[in-house]
Ligand binder design. Structure first.
Ligand SMILES: [Zn+2]
Length: 127
């Protein structure tokens, strides 16, 4: 289950509010552990969370082939091969959202190539 978090929007509360895509789509309310404020994501935000969740899952599923694919760029007459996975590790997992007029920066706690603890787990195989 991929977890997401954002900083609570209540002034003076510096808690991080965590939830999963499944939780946000279900009946469960998203509750701040610090101040108890409840959040409910409107349908358009749920859809964005669902898309980000799906993108990360798809990239993880494609991991076995990503180590063997690359992008070739021409750099001053030399062709340089950049492995796809290297580009994708630079993909930000932060999504800027607008929740009832407030800026909400949603972070995904797992990047496409990391586990829950953020450690990169990538098997690019041997050539
Ligand atoms: Zn709070």
């Amino acid at each position: 289950m991929i977890k997401f978090e954002f900083d609570c929007l209540t002034e003076g509360c510096d808690s991080e509010v965590r939830f999963s895509q499944e939780g946000a789509l279900g009946d469960k309310e998203i509750v701040c552990p610090g101040c108890g404020r409840t959040y409910s994501l409107p349908p358009e935000l749920r859809e964005k969370v669902r898309l980000l969740d799906g993108l990360i899952r798809d990239l993880r599923r494609a991991r076995p082939i990503l180590g063997r694919t690359s992008v070739v760029i021409d750099l001053e007459g030399h062709q340089v091969k950049i492995p796809y996975y290297l580009l994708l590790t630079r993909l930000t997992s932060e999504l800027a959202l607008d929740l009832e007029g407030e800026d909400l920066k949603l972070r995904c706690l797992a990047t496409p190539f990391s586990g829950e603890n953020g450690a990169v787990e990538l098997d690019i195989g041997k050539k």
